[in-house]
Design a protein around this ligand. Structure first.
Ligand code: NAP
Length: 231
């Protein structure tokens, strides 16, 4: 039962994705009597505003999340995190069981290769790094924590897009830094790819719509995409 008797439901959305923000907006509009809380890890300095309540920061593992579910009176837990955020998803399953709260998995499905896609599918970021041909110009569409892995490729020019400026200079020997969110249309992504003379894209198969425009742009330009799958 939710802690406040006037509230019929308390829904915790594990967020940090566009889909989670869309879901929060839908639920806030559809269930005015419910408390809708979105949880963010706190990785982005200025996260986009989310409808309903927001809480920020880790819970402290399975135990911490289970405690939060109980103490907050959560009646439903929805995992809408990024599909590569595996730890929090695994924690959510266990914590929901411990706290006796229904759990729903709304993480996205991977993208499927379409006619015209020129994908080189690999399993790991290391394989992606080793697959890049010499002297390529690569849009490295990855989170900042993975960029350092590509530092040994001093024969490659990297284009790195980040939402927040990096706290320390990027370790990549030859790179251009583009600050901002991914373009939401293939046309915007095509302009970026052409402006930087990009020959390859390296990304993970995240699924969903928010990061798909670069895949469509690559298809239109006939560019190879080195795609890291979900193992
Ligand atoms: P992760 O490896 O699965 O989780 C590591 C730890 O971060 C978790 O154990 C948890 O700490 C905390 N955490 C993760 N997501 C949280 C959330 N939504 N609310 C509160 N705590 C959270 O996660 P990650 O890959 O670092 O992703 C972190 C966040 O960024 C997620 O919300 C995810 O949706 C978003 N995101 C991730 C990616 C990606 O590529 N991984 C891309 C875009 C957005 P405690 O154990 O202390 O609770």
């Amino acid at each position: 039962m939710p802690n406040n008797p006037e509230i019929t439901e308390t829904i915790l959305i594990l967020g940090g994705t566009k889909e989670a923000a869309d879901l929060a907006r839908e639920l806030v509009a559809a269930r005015p009597e419910a408390r809708i809380i979105t949880s963010l890890a706190g990785r982005t300095k200025e996260p986009a505003p989310v409808a309903g309540e927001t809480r920020i920061g880790g819970f402290g593992g399975v135990e911490g999340l289970a405690r939060y579910l109980r103490e907050t009176g959560v009646t439903r837990l929805i995992d809408a995190t990024h599909p590569f955020a595996r730890q929090i998803s695994a924690n959510a399953v266990q914590a929901a069981r411990i706290a006796g709260v229904p759990h729903e998995n709304r993480t996205r499905k991977p993208w499927a290769r379409q006619p015209g896609d020129n994908w080189v599918e690999v399993e790991t970021l290391e394989q992606a790094r080793d697959t890049i041909p010499p002297r390529a110009r690569v849009l490295l569409a990855l989170g900042s924590q993975y960029i350092g892995l590509f530092a040994s490729r001093d024969d490659v020019h990297f284009v790195v897009r980040m939402i927040d400026p990096p706290k320390t200079p990027l370790e990549l020997p030859d790179h251009a830094l583009v600050l901002g969110r991914p373009g939401d249309t293939p046309a915007a992504e095509t302009m970026l790819l052409i402006a930087h003379k990009v020959t390859h894209i390296v990304c993970r198969n995240s699924g969903g719509t928010a990061a798909y425009a670069k895949i469509e742009a690559a298809r239109e330009l006939g560019l190879p995409v080195i795609m890291v799958g979900r193992s």
